[in-house]
Design a protein around this ligand. Structure first.
Ligand SMILES: C[S@@+](CC[C@H](N)C(=O)[O-])C[C@H]1O[C@@H](n2cnc3c(N)ncnc32)[C@H](O)[C@@H]1O
Length: 216
């Protein structure tokens, strides 16, 4: 497993009892993680300054409960990449901090190519991998079915002071877009895919997406 600790203002404070306690730029959050099967080191719900807890519902899903007011806009930075955060459904915070190890690999790989690289980022969300590609000098096609995600990625590109002219945003189903690109004969040097395990594409008739990460 790859790890990366170059976050400037994100911190994993503690884990246990199926939950993780994290500091996102001064906003303290407690949220579920089913991989955490060990005991908590202290009562994380009593952590001083805890802003919000994501509570699972017995009927499925869940919701954030705010315990202490937090700024309307809050941010985290990794290297020179900056993310505007917001609490979202499915216990999301608008960024997956554990992806930083992949962003480091993406940046190293693009830089070592020593030529213009064209990347297709599928299920691109708020743009973590897109920002990493741009920062390394690549051209990116950022594809996500949600218009709001493409808008938020655009904001993160601007916040990170990256060259927005090197990214094209496509709001569409990834499978349909890839099929069109194949018909048009468009080619990419690399494809990044991080589909949600819970989501279903119109063509995923036999079950949910399987999460994979591919880098050439
Ligand atoms: C788990 S997130 C990807 C995380 C991202 N790679 C990152 O590290 O920041 C899943 C994203 O896939 C998008 N999505 C889900 N189903 C899709 C589909 N069929 N086509 C395109 N995008 C889809 C969602 O809108 C969401 O933004």
């Amino acid at each position: 497993m790859r790890i990366n600790n170059e976050w400037k203002d994100y911190r994993l404070i503690a884990t246990g009892n199926g939950m993780k306690l994290e500091d996102f730029g001064g906003v303290i959050l407690l949220r579920p993680d089913p991989q955490i099967i060990w005991e908590q080191p202290f009562d994380m719900r009593k952590y001083k300054g805890l802003n919000a807890v994501y509570e699972r519902s017995s009927s499925g899903g869940g919701k954030w409960t705010v315990l202490k007011e937090y700024p309307q806009k809050f941010f985290v930075s990794w290297r020179n990449l900056k993310f505007n955060l917001k609490l979202m459904g499915f216990k999301h915070t608008s960024v997956f901090p554990e992806q930083a190890a992949n962003w480091a690999l993406i940046m190293d790989t693009i830089k070592s190519a020593r030529r213009e690289v064209k990347v297709l980022n599928l299920f691109a969300y708020t743009g973590g991998a897109t920002l990493a590609c741009l920062a390394a000098g690549a051209w990116v096609c950022h594809t996500d079915a949600a218009k709001s995600m493409c808008e938020r990625a655009k904001t993160n590109v601007a916040l990170s002071k990256l060259d927005g002219s090197k990214v094209k945003y496509i709001v569409d189903d990834c499978v349909k877009f890839v099929e069109r690109e194949i018909r048009r004969g468009n080619k990419y040097d690399a494809i990044i895919m991080d589909p949600p395990s819970y989501g279903r594409g119109p063509k995923a008739k036999n079950g949910n997406w399987k999460t994979i990460f591919i880098l050439w």
